[in-house]
Design a protein around this ligand. Structure first.
Ligand code: MG
Length: 380
């Protein structure tokens, strides 16, 4: 095994778990975190949650589950090359989207609007809520009781108000400190994964075309290379070959630039990482190209009229469900009846937790059960 850098997170320098537990046998603390995440209910539900395309639109599109696995793969490769803690980078990556609502960002925006007067809704904070509180699996504690560094990595951003309520975990947002390099890697691995797979899914869906994408420098360069080297390659393979080369370019650039940044920073311990600026980064040139791709996807894919039509339906579903449960808590399933009797902010939070935990198809079905007149008298 390659030795870790002195500024990597290790079991020895970890700040540990909220509740002390005996050390695991035959695996590291961070491997145990990863295993707990994989065995959680929220992780299994990622299979039926939207990334961009609603789950039932096609079997080949990414879901939050396949997205999270791709993020973990990219993060592990980078962490290994930089002699950082691969298991931690993997655990953070697999957990980073656990708090996502059904229907992707449209769902998150709708739930945030519903929760406006009750403290808002933020999927990132919700991921932390899932692993700290909402998973009900273990006899001795609520949540998964993960290590500080895994939780720190899950909480990518946070408002000052929320940070103040999070104790040790919120401190870095108030004192302008950075998380571990492993957390920084998981964050950028997320960007690499979604930009590239959204190109792939966007093309597969037919909502964007290779001709349009040829105006984006990062794509154009690799597309040209592939077409020159393989003039007769069928289009699907051209796409895959282009995307794989783009991922490779981004990962290699990130490793090289981060190595340079780390080399200049005289890091000797994890605390130096927290006090330094963000060291995991793309070069300026690749950063610009990556931004241009993001902008393209924003305009041509995420704002495509067919995606917008789906988003507006999704927002209606979330808004309707929240409204009907707030108006009459007796409509909630039995396990939520007692939280629903609490005073308003707590009631709203319990309903938001319920809705955020839904998969796309469960939310659609729940909406149909509550609103469809055709389903009368009652269709369970
Ligand atoms: Mg993500």
């Amino acid at each position: 095994m390659v030795e870790l850098a002195p500024y990597a997170v290790t079991e020895t320098n970890s700040r540990g778990r909220m509740r002390a537990e005996a050390s695991p046998h035959g695996r590291s603390e961070f491997q145990r975190d990863r295993d707990r995440i994989i065995h959680s209910g929220a992780f299994r539900r990622l299979e039926y949650k939207t990334q961009v395309f609603v789950n039932h639109e096609g079997d080949l599109f990414r879901t939050r589950l396949t997205h999270s696995i791709e993020v973990a793969q990219i993060a592990r490769s980078i962490a290994r090359r930089l002699h950082l803690n691969e298991d931690l980078a993997e655990a953070i990556s697999l957990a980073h989207d656990l708090g996502h609502t059904p229907f992707g960002h449209a769902g998150q925006d709708a739930l945030n609007a519903c929760m406006k007067t009750y403290g808002g809704f933020e999927h990132n904070l919700q991921s932390l809520r899932v692993v700290d509180l909402l998973e009900e699996h273990y006899a001795a504690f609520d949540g998964l009781n993960l290590c500080f560094e895994t939780r720190e990595g899950i909480l990518k951003h946070c408002t000052a108000d929320n940070a103040m309520q999070l104790g040790e975990l919120g401190e870095r947002f108030l004192h302008n400190k950075r998380p571990s390099l492993e957390a920084q890697i998981a964050n950028l691995a997320d960007e690499i994964a979604y930009n590239n797979h959204d190109v792939d899914d966007g093309l597969r869906s037919g909502l964007i075309t290779l001709e349009q994408l040829a105006t984006v420098p990062l794509v154009a360069r690799h597309l040209r290379e592939v077409r020159q080297a393989y003039p007769d390659l069928p289009e699907r393979r051209v796409v895959h070959e282009t995307v794989r080369r783009m991922i490779n370019t981004l990962v290699s650039d990130l490793i090289q630039q981060s190595e340079n940044n780390i080399g200049k920073s005289n890091l000797t311990a994890i605390e130096d990482v927290r006090n330094a600026p963000e060291l995991i980064a793309f070069s300026a040139e690749i950063n610009d190209q990556q931004r241009a791709l993001k902008k393209f996807l924003h305009t041509h894919l995420y704002r495509h009229y067919l995606v917008m039509r789906m988003s507006t339906k999704a927002q209606r579903i979330i808004g309707d469900l929240f409204g009907v449960f707030m108006a009459d808590g007796r409509l909630l399933p039995p396990q939520l009846q007692s939280p629903a009797k609490q005073a308003e902010p707590d009631r709203a939070r319990a309903i938001a937790d319920y809705i955020a935990g839904m998969t796309d198809r469960y939310a659609i079905r729940e909406h149909r059960r509550l609103f469809s007149v055709e389903d009368m008298p009652i269709n369970f």
